[in-house]
Design a binder for this molecule. Structure first.
Ligand code: SF4
Length: 93
């Protein structure tokens, strides 16, 4: 009985990280056009996540709202330099 409780406490949740790596960004701004709810253009003329964080050339957005996901997938697919990506990570509670 104790073992099954411990297993339940150790169950994992999933976080999805959306990343823009601007290293090769050509500043075409297509990503901002298709996902203007999530992406804006900074003073450095590179895109960033409105509700995300910036670390060097990387811009990270964790767990965007469900209603934005279709547009974000379009931004990933359409970026001509493949700057935008997403990855899913398991996180223990
Ligand atoms: S679509 Fe890609 S290359 Fe164009 S501005 Fe956005 S990240 Fe940069």
């Amino acid at each position: 009985m104790v073992l099954s409780t411990q297993k339940a406490e150790a169950s994992s949740t999933t976080s999805t990280f959306y990343k823009i790596d601007v290293t090769n960004c050509i500043k075409c701004y297509h990503c901002e056009e298709v996902a203007s709810h999530s992406i804006a253009i900074g003073n450095d003329e590179y895109p960033y996540w409105i509700n995300g964080s910036i670390s060097g050339n990387y811009r990270i957005y964790v767990n965007p709202p469900q209603e934005y996901l279709e547009d974000l997938d379009e931004a990933i697919a359409d970026c001509p330099m493949e700057c935008i990506s997403k990855s899913t990570h398991q996180k223990r509670k």
